[in-house]
Design a protein around this ligand. Structure first.
Ligand code: NAP
Ligand code: F7E
Length: 346
């Protein structure tokens, strides 16, 4: 039985990846930080099927101990400070976790595997490493669509930190012969998306407004455009990248773009409301530096991994609104008993 260690297992992608690897027959280990409580999170439903190990991307020795304990065949490094606006407010922490955290994870693998600093080693029997790189690295784009060879010009401290993680992963592959790959993933969403990200903010607001639990939705730039896909599809690409004969980097996205306004329109249509009566544009939510037109060219992933997205944008938004409608109904029922939305509803 293969063993996998996932950092960021409590996040959106970590939960879908854990489910996918369990279905593939893996023993799945999740890295938890702080005083962990896996039963109040996105992984509560599968917590009994997972194994957990404590660790933090800020703490090198905890990562060495985690890799040593889990003895994984594959490590998926999904942990990060992933919310772009926060990266301007906490640029230093973002650099430490999202950037240097990758180096610490690679070092943990190198140390536990006994790979020396001089010379390379055979890839046979090695721990394979996946790094969660991001389309945010393209930022001020040099070409549209973007592929694995497009030059990087990040536009946020998050993008800069991810660019470090991307290149240090490639560097460890080239320096030590590690089977280390980066998936350059474009935006991917789901009902498990954090509420601060725009698609979930929209789906949740549309659902709550339709149930009388909220009156307005404040948004920044409605004309911002992204290449949005479904997280459940994207974690399959991560897994496929580590099953290849040779390590390489892959762009993963749909190749289609939509605006924030499109997401708003579909979400409010789903609940039968006129969005223009509820959405307020708030200049405080506009970012200091916005990325240009991010659109994936996923040819390599299609050709070499055989990967295809299965959920289109309209379906994705509707899926998210439907899930938020269920939550809003639960919230309505619980409102007399508890004043806030219950947690652990993933
Ligand atoms: P997410 O929901 O924000 O999850 C982030 C995870 O990182 C959480 O499990 C969090 O744990 C963990 N974490 C944060 N700081 C940590 C630390 N110091 N040590 C250990 N764990 C820590 O992110 P996501 O959307 O699933 O994305 C997964 C990865 O893909 C991230 O690296 C993200 O930057 C990258 N990515 C995401 C997208 C996207 O569209 N979703 C696109 C491209 C790349 P707690 O629960 O303890 O906070
Ligand atoms: O913003 C605009 C905002 O925060 C999308 C992360 O997973 O994907 C994600 O980063 C767009 C931006 O995602 C609001 O200006 C308008 O143009 O959902 P988001 P993101 O910044 O693209 C990349 C690939 C990652 O790697 C990241 O980890 O929507 N927008 N009004 C807004 N965005 C937010 N959050 N809130 C608004 O009110």
């Amino acid at each position: 039985m293969k063993r996998a260690l996932i950092t960021g297992v409590t996040g959106q992608d970590g939960s879908y990846l854990a489910e996918h690897l369990l279905r593939c027959g893996y023993e799945v280990w999740g890295l938890l930080r702080g005083q962990p409580s896996p039963h109040r999170s996105r992984i509560s439903r599968i917590a009994d099927d997972l194994k957990f190990v404590e660790g933090d991307l800020l703490d090198q020795s905890s990562l060495v101990a985690a890799v040593d304990r889990a003895q994984p065949d594959e490590v998926y490094n999904l942990a990060a400070i992933s919310y772009v606006p926060m990266s301007w407010q906490q640029a230093d922490l973002t650099g430490e976790v999202t950037g240097l955290g990758v180096l610490r994870m690679l070092e943990a693998i190198r140390m536990v595997s006994g790979i020396g600093r001089s010379g390379t080693t055979s890839m046979a029997g090695q721990i394979r490493f996946y790094q969660a790189s991001s389309s945010e690295m393209f930022g001020k784009v040099r070409e549209v669509p973007q592929n694995e060879d497009t030059a990087l010009h990040p536009r946020s401290p998050y993008g800069v930190a991810k660019t470090y993680g991307h290149f240090i992963t490639r560097n460890y592959r080239e320096s030590f012969g590690l089977f280390a790959v980066s998936g350059i993933l474009f935006n991917h969403e789901s009902p498990r998306r954090g509420r601060e990200f725009v698609t979930r903010k929209i789906s949740r607001a549309a659902a709550r407004i339709s149930k009388g639990l909220q009156s307005e939705l404040r948004l920044g730039n409605l004309d911002a455009v992204r290449d949005w896909g479904f997280a459940g599809d994207y974690v399959k690409a991560m897994h496929l990248m580590l099953q290849q004969g040779n390590p390489g980097d892959y762009v993963v996205g749909t190749g289609r773009t939509h605006s924030v306004r499109d997401a708003v329109r579909i979400a409010f249509e789903t609940v039968g409301l006129d969005w223009s009566r509820h959405v307020v544009c708030d200049s405080r939510l506009v970012r200091p530096a916005e990325v240009d037109l991010l659109c994936a060219d996923p040819k390599r992933a299609r050709a070499q991994l055989g990967w295809e997205p299965t959920v289109d944008f309209d379906e994705l938004v509707r899926m998210m609104v439907e899930a938020d409608l269920e939550r809003a109904e639960r919230e309505q029922r619980d409102v007399a008993r508890a004043p806030t939305e219950p947690e652990g509803d993933w």
